[in-house]
Design a protein. Structure first.
Ligand SMILES: [Cu+2]
Length: 113
């Protein structure tokens, strides 16, 4: 009985310790920073447009179907990282603005093996 209680207590910690993370990318000065985000499936990435221009966050490969739509100055866009390959993204209004989402490893919520 005591062991089971301890086990239950230990398991309660797991979702907290292994919870999904939130990453922030600032859009300013015509660039994304950081330029590379390392994330796991289930994590959230928040892009914040602090620039004076409209920008967007769009996957470089059309097949990825990831796009924020245009973000006016001051706007943010939250996006949950799906399982899948890493990918490049850009601002289609200013294609020199490039970023990369490095999708690494299993979801943080998955139980340890
Ligand atoms: Cu832009």
């Amino acid at each position: 009985m005591k062991f089971r209680q301890r086990l239950a207590a230990a398991l309660c910690w797991l979702p907290i310790a292994a919870g999904a993370a939130e990453h922030h990318v600032v859009i300013d000065g015509m660039k994304f920073s950081p330029q590379v985000v390392q994330a796991r499936p289930g994590d959230t990435i928040v892009w914040e447009n602090r620039d004076m221009f409209v920008h967007n966050v769009t996957a470089a490969a059309a097949s990825a179907r990831m796009s924020s739509g245009d973000l006016a100055p001051g706007k943010t866009w939250r996006w949950v990282v799906p399982a899948g390959p890493s990918f490049d993204y850009l601002c289609t209004l200013h294609p020199v603005m490039k970023g990369h989402v490095d999708v690494a490893g299993p979801p943080r919520r998955s139980p340890a093996r």
